[in-house]
Design a binder for this molecule. Structure first.
Ligand SMILES: Cc1cc2nc3c(=O)[nH]c(=O)nc-3n(C[C@H](O)[C@H](O)[C@H](O)COP(=O)(O)OP(=O)(O)OC[C@H]3O[C@@H](n4cnc5c(N)ncnc54)[C@H](O)[C@@H]3O)c2cc1C
Length: 483
């Protein structure tokens, strides 16, 4: 903080070019790594009001703001930052919430470094504006002050729309439809909303109270939630049509864990990251013994994968008492899909990374419990379909790793429960729903978005898809009413 300046941020140098006086953004306050590995409290503690004041002064208020285009839900970033700078906090909240009803969540988990902040013009002069941290600040300020601002809703239309899945895609779609005056019910398989936000992302990154609070905003917009309802099992789309629903949004995510097809996969002590994280987050193993649903964690935990799921599993295992946690990833550090900040935090916490390494087989002890893992070294070849360089085995480089718990976090795929119940719904070869760019499926009145369309992506892209589909649903229902 000491080197932050509050004077004019941009000056002209003698060649007439613009130069930024204060190139650095504030560093968020964080729990010390040696302390935080012993608890599940949030790692990042946000910005102080003073830091926010200084950071808002760095925003250039661009006439053609690239940051807005970089945000999948197009939050009016310069306008909300200006309002923050003027200390018009309530107005700043409104400005964000008309485009994004989940600011405290997005401020915490969005990969801003590859979205709005990557597009920020200040990257050319120094560090980009800390947009995510400012978004988080204002959302937290609202909660701390027991306020609950929510945008205006249009006059109720009395038309029922069903949203399937209470993840970011479903929540964004529901909020947008409710603001347009529709009578929206969200059907969710679990006992609580949030999707991956609740069952995947750990408390130390995104406290459950925050998800609950942001879902309350939707409830204030009169969105109804029906929990413990699996569409495709408990009820079908046909049942919902009979109950008077006129259009549907499917946002069921891609929650089916991918497993490795290698020897030893069925040994005790080998878990999917989904199971491990769900047991900790939703079944509250992280609060054992207050909740009598613990999850067993060994002394040496090996996590396979390089995305947020792998990192969340590793850091959860550490907090649950593992003595050593290794991440084994088949590509190199620069190809890791995890958020940069989470990687940085994991390294600080002592998680060890073995890059360019891939499992070959898991080896069990006499009780069929995993005790070792054989791995092989990899090198990078030409780029594959994902644009990243393809990992290639280095023959003869196999070696053994000691381990007593293996968590597989290599990705997820489409869960077929809902899609199987609608056989005429068009899917691609991987089981994801095919839609046009507005989320329209091949079936009239049925729209879809989020991970069930794109495959595993991000919170904000799922929200963007939910919002887009809400507009398409609005157009569809308006046309239907006119005809
Ligand atoms: C561990 C982990 C960490 C992640 N970290 C980040 C991160 O830091 N930042 C980021 O941007 N992204 C992150 N992601 C990715 C992000 O969470 C997802 O891309 C996003 O949640 C997808 O949203 P969605 O609404 O499409 O699906 P989901 O979040 O999966 O929600 C789908 C919901 O539908 C419900 N459902 C499924 N089937 C049915 C049915 N038949 N009937 C009723 N309900 C049903 C599910 O229970 C679930 O609640 C992470 C993912 C994981 C797994």
């Amino acid at each position: 903080m000491g080197n932050q300046r509050s004077s004019i941020d941009i000056v002209n140098n003698n060649k007439g070019k613009k130069r930024l006086k204060n190139k650095k953004r504030p560093k968020m306050i964080e729990q010390d790594p040696s302390e935080r590995i012993k608890n599940f409290a949030e790692v990042s503690l946000g910005l102080t009001e003073e830091m926010v004041e200084l950071e808002t002064q760095r925003c250039l208020q661009c006439e053609n703001p690239l940051c807005v285009a970089g945000c999948p839900v197009n939050i009016k970033i310069p306008q909300f930052i200006k309002l923050l700078k003027e200390k018009k906090y309530i107005k700043a909240l409104y400005k964000i919430k008309t485009d994004n009803l989940l600011p405290a969540i997005c401020g915490r988990v969005c990969p801003q470094e590859i979205q709005c902040e990557q597009a920020c013009i200040l990257n050319k002069l120094g560090e980009p504006i800390a947009i995510g941290q400012l978004e988080r600040f204002i959302a937290d300020w609202e909660r701390k002050n027991n306020l609950k601002e929510c945008p205006e809703c249009a006059v109720p239309k009395g038309i029922k729309v069903g949203v399937i899945g209470a993840g970011p895609a479903g929540l964004a779609c529901a909020g947008e439809l409710a603001m347009n005056g529709y009578d929206v019910t969200v059907f969710e398989a679990f006992h609580m909303g949030g999707g991956v936000l609740s069952y995947g992302i750990p408390q130390f990154r995104l406290p459950k109270e925050i998800i609950k609070s942001e879902i309350e905003t939707l409830e204030m917009l009169n969105v109804k939630f029906e929990y413990n309802v699996i569409i495709g099992k408990t009820l079908t789309i046909e049942d919902l049509k009979e109950m008077g629903f006129k259009a549907f949004f499917i946002g069921v995510g891609a929650g089916l864990p991918m497993l490795l097809k290698i020897p030893g996969i069925n040994l005790n002590g080998v878990l999917s990251a989904n199971e491990f994280l769900t047991r900790s987050n939703l079944m509250k193993a992280f609060r054992f013994p207050d909740y009598d649903t613990p999850v067993k964690v060994g002394k040496i935990v090996t996590v396979i994968g390089g995305g947020n799921t792998a990192l969340d599993s590793a850091r959860t295992a550490l907090r649950l008492g593992a003595e050593k946690v290794n991440i084994v990833y088949r590509r190199s550090e620069s190809e890791m899909p995890a958020r940069k900040e989470e990687y940085h935090h994991a390294v600080e916490e002592g998680i060890q990374f073995q890059f360019l390494t891939n499992p070959v087989r898991f080896i069990g002890d006499k009780n069929d419990h995993v005790s070792k893992m054989e791995v092989i070294k990899m090198k990078l070849g030409e780029p594959d379909d994902s644009g990243r360089r393809r990992p290639i085995k280095i023959e003869g480089s196999e070696y053994l790793i000691e381990t007593d718990t293996i968590i597989i976090g290599i990705g997820t795929s489409a869960n077929p429960i809902l899609t199987k119940s609608i056989p005429e719904l068009k899917l691609n070869k991987w089981g994801y729903i095919e839609t046009d760019e507005n989320g329209q499926t091949n079936l009239e009145g049925i729209f879809a978005g989020g991970d069930i369309v794109t495959g595993a992506a991000t919170v904000i892209t799922a929200m963007g898809a939910g919002k887009k589909a809400a507009h398409a649903i609005n157009n569809y229902l308006q046309e239907k009413t006119i005809n």
